[in-house]
Write a protein that binds this ligand. Structure first.
Ligand code: ATP
Ligand code: MG
Length: 233
């Protein structure tokens, strides 16, 4: 049964089923997880599928990360981001995080550049890096509400990434979790001497999504592959 709202498929088959169709159009979803859980990969797959399967342009905003290394990673998944950039379907904007006094003007500049590309999909990797220079919750709240307003103005469907330290239960700073429309949590859990990957959709406003845990793998040439979470765990 599909929802009545307009939804944007991620193109990750099982995730779209879990989401009963995809992200609501124009929504902001937080992907939260520890190091190496596959946050960046999931977001890249959303952009790649958007461009290749649904002809939707995507912008990837990265901080303190090298675009070339990222593209190497996408190549191992069989996704040619160089070609998509040439075809004007994907735009990668990389920034160095600035101190907090210039954060607001940097956000304006980022969104002006994104707006010029008129994307349907957008990813910020990561919100944690963007708000790194902020210590107080009220400062984080101000920057997040600016970001939120700008994303709404752009009108695209967005993923923002939150990096959570290993072993910590939180999803973010305690602010963004409530600002975003959806949350997907990615985890690495020790199970019988092995690390297993586990995923759950914690919220998605307006969507009757599944509430189960799922196992997932990172598979070369495929990306994120989601399977049922074994009961024996
Ligand atoms: N070719 C590959 N085949 C299978 N798994 C891979 C491959 N390349 C990377 N991985 C897995 O993907 C992980 C990295 O995924 P990704 O960069 O999306 O994680 P992340 O959550 O964004 O990490 P970080 O918090 O460091 O940014 C690696 O730690 C590794 O476990
Ligand atoms: Mg990452």
């Amino acid at each position: 049964m599909s929802s009545e709202i307009n939804q944007v498929p991620t193109g990750i088959e099982e995730l779209d089923r879990i989401l009963n169709g995809g992200f609501p159009r124009g929504s902001i979803t937080l992907i939260a997880g520890g190091p190496g859980t596959g946050k960046t990969l999931t977001a890249l797959q959303f952009l790649y599928n958007g461009a290749v399967k649904f002809s939707e342009r995507g912008v990837l905003i990265i901080f303190n990360e090298n675009a070339q290394t990222l593209k190497q990673f996408t190549k191992t998944m069989g996704w040619d981001f160089d070609r998509l950039e040439e075809e004007n379907m994907i735009k990668i904007l990389d920034f160095i995080v600035v101190e907090r006094s210039s954060l607001e003007s940097m956000l304006d500049m980022i969104f002006e550049r994104a707006l010029a590309f008129s994307p349907q999909r957008l990813v910020i990797d990561s919100l944690t890096a963007l708000t790194m220079s902020l210590e107080r919750r009220d400062e984080i709240r101000v920057v997040l509400s600016i970001m939120h307003r700008l994303l709404r103005k752009l009108g695209c469907t967005s993923i923002v990434i939150s990096e959570t330290p290993w072993g910590v239960e939180s999803l973010g700073s305690g602010v963004e979790e409530f600002v975003v429309d959806g949350i997907i949590k990615l985890e690495l859990l020790p199970v019988k001497g092995e690390l297993k990957r586990r995923l759950a959709v914690l919220k998605m406003r307006g969507v009757a999504h599944e509430m189960k845990f799922y196992q997932y793998s990172i598979v070369p040439k495929e990306g994120i592959v989601i399977t049922p979470y074994p009961e024996v765990f």
